[in-house]
Design a protein around this ligand. Structure first.
Ligand SMILES: Nc1ncnc2c1ncn2[C@@H]1O[C@H](COP(=O)(O)OP(=O)(O)O)[C@@H](O)[C@H]1O
Ligand SMILES: [Mg+2]
Length: 281
């Protein structure tokens, strides 16, 4: 099913955070959103799962108008469209297993009380999700005692428990070291490829977006200024996204400093290499 943003704008007072964005995403794509800080990336993602409301425009998924959903319909959408965050958003004092099971909450009625009511099947599903992410041995530990990389894997396992149709990730690797960043990006890609779940992720490193995403959306000042495959992201496109102040202030040096490469499907067109060198200055 196709996902679509139609002319979506979000204002905060006088400031236009997202400016008339039109995007169509077919089911199963892996999309990276890049842009400098303040470009509107987080606001865009948050509107997709209705953590934030558009000021104007509409959001659609198949025949469903997401932007007008209320009540149970809205809860169902938020279940179908799981989100993970830079800061993981786990409940630190609860054990890992319970954090993962919380991903099932939107599948059950709110009148059922917590914890004791998870079924055997749900517990099996939670263990399977933890195994898939290679962290089943942490199941009984308080989530707050895990490393950042492990916590983000717990967050992904929790998202999987929602059986989502879309997975949104807001800078999921920004707080992680390169090894854990790779593990997390490989996990997102595996979910995208094996389950056919659409993944839309904000990324602050250009080379990660190039390596992992079949499609890159570049934002600047709330607008989409690039939308295409990595091979079309030339030096001038990169400059339009990140700006070209002569002191390079628009360009976050970490953007080009990692060498994250996926386990498979490494794609680096020569023009892409040139573009990266160009912005390093
Ligand atoms: N809740 C908010 N209230 C006021 N301004 C906001 C709010 N959220 C975001 N903004 C503003 O909207 C713009 C886009 O922010 P954001 O979507 O967080 O960008 P990014 O994720 O690309 O860094 C920024 O100017 C930011 O200050
Ligand atoms: Mg952001």
């Amino acid at each position: 099913m196709k996902f679509e943003l139609r002319n979506v704008t979000r204002r905060f007072g006088d400031r236009v955070a997202v400016d008339a964005v039109n995007v169509e995403i077919p089911q199963g794509q892996m999309v990276g959103i890049i842009g400098r800080s303040g470009a509107g990336k987080s606001t865009l993602l948050r509107m997709i799962n209705r953590l934030q409301e558009p000021s104007s425009g509409s959001i659609h998924f198949g025949g469903l108008e997401v932007s007008s959903l209320k009540g149970a319909g809205l809860r169902n959408w938020q279940r179908d469209c799981a989100m993970i965050f830079q800061q993981f958003n786990l409940v630190p004092r609860l054990d890992v297993m319970t954090n993962v099971l919380l991903g099932r909450l939107n599948h059950r009625s709110t009148t059922m009380s917590l914890l004791s009511i998870f079924t055997r099947d749900e517990r099996i599903m939670a263990i399977a999700a933890l195994e898939r992410l290679g962290i089943e041995q942490t199941a009984l530990q308080p989530a707050g005692t895990l490393s950042g990389g492990q916590q983000q894997r717990v967050a992904i396992a929790r998202a999987l428990m929602q059986a989502p149709k879309m997975l949104l990730a807001d800078e999921p690797i920004a707080s992680l070291d390169p090894l854990n960043a790779k593990i997390v990006m490989d996990a997102l890609r595996d979910i995208n490829e094996r389950e056919g779940i659409t993944v839309v992720t904000n990324l602050h490193t250009l080379d990660t977006a190039r390596s992992y995403c079949e499609r890159i959306i570049g934002m600047a000042d709330g607008r989409v200024v690039f939308d295409g495959p990595p091979r079309e992201l030339t030096a001038s496109a990169v400059r339009e996204i990140y700006g070209s102040d002569k002191d390079g202030a628009g360009i976050d040096e970490t953007m080009t400093s990692t060498s994250l490469k996926p386990a498979r499907r490494a794609e680096a067109a020569p023009s892409a290499m040139i573009a990266e060198t160009a912005v390093m200055r």
